[in-house]
Design a protein around this ligand. Structure first.
Ligand SMILES: O=C([O-])C(=O)C[C@H](O)[C@@H](O)C(=O)[O-]
Ligand SMILES: [Mg+2]
Length: 479
């Protein structure tokens, strides 16, 4: 193996990025949300970049994986799964747990104590501090247990298992290895995935009900509140003006369905013929879902996760012509056979983070193609490294016929420079080596400093605790 391709060092940098007060079924976004930036450095000094969820439960899995990588080639991305212990739940007893095992994820959702932070060469520390609070996965309710078998269908990204956490960590390492490999070979990541089938990727405007500002201290912006149909339409007009998005997705499950129906109707009137999506993250019963589908049957591109669970989705799908999409009931390969057999969904939202990387996203696309299921793309609060990875893999998927989700326009901070710019709702597919993004080290250091100095509770995203801190009587909505 060419020594230029051998990994010399891996750096992990947890950061906190500012986030607006966006509302969802689990509460409200924190003023700052955690992300993890992964740098893989080869013996030739080439740095590859990756990004994933930054909650402490992910950091605890990333650290031992980072420690095992030096000496491995960046070409060896298939080995990452074994090194990260994916599938180790079943095999764990057999091998007795090798030195490659990641820190164990406790059955109560907590994680093993982390070692004290270690600064490497004066660069941002790769080790998060031990937590004061037991961590849940990003976007999952704080009480939700993490088990090897997997429970918690209520999480915004569906069932939460130890393997899914590991896959989310692997995805950042895979992206970083592919970025380093591409830079070494002078090839874009899409070429390493078989080549692009389009020169630009379409994204959708991600509309949220939101408050004008976080209560108390926190980052501010000038978007104002969006708590009724007029507010959401104004938000959509601004997205249209700024980025030219053609399609619109509304995060629902916040207000009673009648109000969210009125909002979609107002959007349809303001933007005739444009694709519209509504996603209440499983907040509705089967009957409510059917009623909403009926009301909006003439304007929806798709209805995303109206109810929770494969059986409920299958029941709704059998009784409406409105296509159902999901990033909650089909989020792992294990969930595919049942959901496809029951015709529960017509569109699956891929996400390279929790599906385990860019190669596995292509494997998911192949399965969807085989079974005649459409493909779209999910997003969670993310920065430019993830956006570049999403764009590179999306460029290679012929079957991606829906605009991809992205939270990116809500993010005012980034660790890449220059910021990507959407034109007519699209991003060009970079042909530069690797992901085609440059790390802004000064920004990375500043956001890491925030992670070190801010309230440690912010190191785990917890939308429910955040809303309860100012609205103590709030309960998770269900209609
Ligand atoms: O499509 C989805 O379900 C999401 O984008 C989940 C996200 O976490 C979203 O609800 C959010 O950021 O509040
Ligand atoms: Mg969704």
């Amino acid at each position: 193996m060419d020594s230029m391709l051998i990994i010399d060092e891996v750096r992990l940098t947890p950061i906190l990025i500012s986030d607006p007060p966006l509302l969802n079924v689990q509460g409200v976004h924190q003023p700052y949300t955690p992300r993890l930036i992964v740098e893989v450095i080869t013996r030739a000094g080439t740095t590859g970049l990756g990004e994933t969820y930054g909650d402490r439960v992910y950091l605890d899995l990333a650290r031992p994986l980072a420690d095992t990588l030096p000496g491995h080639p960046v070409t060896d991305v298939n080995a990452l799964f074994e090194l990260a212990g994916v599938g180790r739940a079943a095999a764990g007893e057999r091998d007795g747990g090798s030195s490659l095992s990641p820190a164990p994820v406790a059955r109560d959702g907590g994680s093993s104590p982390a070692p004290a932070p270690v600064a490497r060469d004066g660069r941002p520390s790769s080790s998060p501090a031990a937590g004061e609070r037991d961590a849940g996965a990003s976007s999952a309710p704080p009480h939700a247990p993490v088990t090897e078998a997997g429970v918690d269908a209520a999480g915004l990204r569906g069932v939460r298992t130890a393997d899914k956490l590991r896959l989310s960590v692997v995805s950042a390492f895979e992206t970083a290895c592919l970025d380093a490999l591409g830079k070494t070979l002078g090839l874009p990541v899409h070429a390493l995935l078989g080549g692009k089938v389009r020169d630009s990727v379409e994204y959708s405007a991600y509309l949220f009900h939101r408050w004008a500002a976080h209560p108390g201290d926190g980052p501010t912006d000038d978007w104002g509140a969006a708590l009724d149909p007029a507010g959401v339409v104004a938000q959509a007009r601004r997205f249209d003006r700024l980025h030219g998005f053609r399609s619109f997705k509304l995060k629902g499950g916040v207000f009673p369905p009648e109000q969210e129906i009125a909002t979609i109707r107002a959007l349809a009137e303001a933007f005739p013929g444009r694709p519209l999506r509504l996603d209440p993250n499983g907040a509705w019963s089967v009957d409510t879902s059917l009623a909403v589908a009926h009301e909006l049957r003439d304007v929806l591109e798709y209805l995303e996760d109206p109810a929770s669970g494969t059986d409920a989705m299958a029941e709704i799908a059998a009784r409406t012509d409105v296509p159902l999409a999901t990033n909650m009931c089909v989020t792992t390969f294990e969930e595919i056979p049942e959901a496809f057999a029951k015709d529960a969904v017509r569109i699956v939202l891929c996400d390279h983070h929790y599906w385990g990387g860019l190669h596995r996203t292509r494997e998911l696309a192949a399965l969807c193609r085989t079974y005649g299921i459409g493909l779209s793309m999910h997003s969670n609060t993310h920065l430019g490294i993830s956006l570049a990875a999403m764009t590179q893999v999306a460029a290679t998927l012929p079957e991606l016929h829906h605009a991809c989700d992205t939270h990116y326009p809500w993010q005012t901070e980034d660790v890449v420079t220059p910021r990507p710019v959407f034109r007519a709702g699209r991003l060009p597919v970079s042909d530069a080596p690797g992901l085609g993004v440059q790390l802004d080290r000064r920004a990375l250091a500043a956001l890491h400093r925030r992670w070190l100095t801010a309230d440690v509770a912010l190191r785990d995203r917890d939308d429910t605790s955040t809303i309860l801190s100012t609205h103590p009587t709030w309960t998770p909505p269900h209609w």
